[in-house]
Design a protein around this ligand. Structure first.
Ligand code: NAD
Length: 343
């Protein structure tokens, strides 16, 4: 049994990863600040098990609810730490109290548009927070690291599919710039201190528990409520949507690779390698929800990429990544989950 620190462990991807690692017999320390990037109660539901549902639901203030959540989830396989990655003392306390085999770093402020509105906050969490984590790993001799980067580092790359060898020197949002800087810091700590690292460039992840601010989830809610969808551009922008189950398999593959190899620094795309246009995405949601979308057509937004499309040959070769979920099937799973979670 290995012990993994998963930062952002109560988020969309982190909560799924935690479950998968536990199902594999491992111990998970989920670290999460339950930041206000979206409603903290959604993140509570992400990690909550049936056993503690009622106790936590009865508490109305955030602090007591999180304390009760940590207490009731604590087990030989799971520990929840409601900690901010920018809190050096809290990080030290965790690293002192556990023998951590590897870190999966998912904690971040995500969102292209939000980063344009709050650039200094994004820099503080995504860059300084990541650096503090690396410093703590260095101090406590943790040498295996998998870190979330993003397809957004490709900016308005016109060469498709996007390959890890393409230049990523022109990020078009501050969010993308913070992710590129994580990749650079990962290399520096690998070079100076031998931290084996894989930086995973996720391509638009969707599925059960998807963040409420992301297009598929937001559109589903608006279609369901019969409200207008803010529809930027003419619908021809394309995304390579990647199902959460495939992303979790990819992270697990990357973890195995860093754990079983020495002197590793790699940047790896995790996508589905199929482009779906915004128009097609809306049509697919309408089909699954059985309702028509009402579109409020607006001009394209600054910072938005025209397309994303992953070359996943390196992921296949290096970490055995093999995405299996077709977009239509993933949307069906999402819609089923969405229908069962209407509050
Ligand atoms: P998420 O917001 O659901 O999860 C991130 C978690 O990090 C949240 O639970 C949040 O509370 C936590 N967090 C934020 N600031 C923190 C801080 N200062 N200290 C501790 N915890 C903090 O997002 P997600 O979609 O699960 O994304 C996970 C990672 O993957 C992020 O790094 C994101 O940038 C990256 N990513 C996601 C996608 C996607 O499509 N979902 C695409 C590319 C990259």
């Amino acid at each position: 049994m290995a012990t993994y620190l998963v930062t952002g462990g109560a988020g969309f991807i982190g909560s799924h990863l935690g479950e998968s690692l536990m199902a594999g017999g491992h111990r998970v320390i989920a670290l999460d600040s339950f930041s206000d990037s979206y409603d903290y109660r959604v993140k509570i539901r992400n990690v909550q098990q049936d056993t503690c549902r009622e106790n936590v639901a009865a508490l109305s203030d955030k602090e007591s609810a999180l304390a009760e959540l940590s207490r009731s989830l604590d087990s030989a396989q799971y520990r929840l730490e409601t900690v901010d990655i920018r809190d050096a003392h809290a990080l030290e306390r965790i690293f002192q109290s556990e023998r951590i085999d590897a870190v999966v770093h998912l904690a971040a402020l995500p969102g292209v548009r939000a980063s344009i509105e709050q650039p200094l906050l994004f820099e503080d969490v995504n860059v300084r927070g990541t650096l503090l984590l690396l410093e703590t790993m260095k101090k406590y001799g943790v040498r295996k690291w998998v870190c979330a980067s993003s397809s957004s580092v490709y900016g308005n790359n016109t060469k498709v599919p996007f390959s890890e060898s393409d230049s990523v020197d022109s990020p078009i949002s501050l969010y993308a710039a913070t992710k590129k800087s994580n990749e650079l810091m990962g290399y520096t700590y690998h070079h100076l201190y031998g931290i084996d690292s894989i930086m995973l460039r996720f391509f638009t992840v969707y599925g059960e528990r998807q963040r409420p601010d992301l297009a598929i989830h937001k559109f589903a809610r608006l279609i369901d409520q019969g409200k207008e969808i803010p529809f930027y551009g003419d619908g021809s922008t394309k995304r390579d949507y990647t199902y959460i189950g495939d992303i979790v398999s990819g992270i697990r593959g990357a973890l195995s690779y860093v754990e079983n190899n020495e002197s590793v620094y790699e940047v790896v795309n995790l996508g589905n390698s199929r482009m779906v246009s915004l128009n097609e995405m809306v049509a697919c949601l309408e089909n699954e929800l059985g309702k028509k979308a009402v579109l409020n057509r607006l001009p394209a937004q600054p910072g938005d990429m025209t397309m994303t499309f992953a070359d996943i040959s390196k992921a296949k070769r290096l970490i055995g990544y093999e995405p299996r979920t077709r977009f239509e099937e993933g949307i069906r799973n999402f819609a089923r989950w969405y229908g069962g979670n209407l509050s």
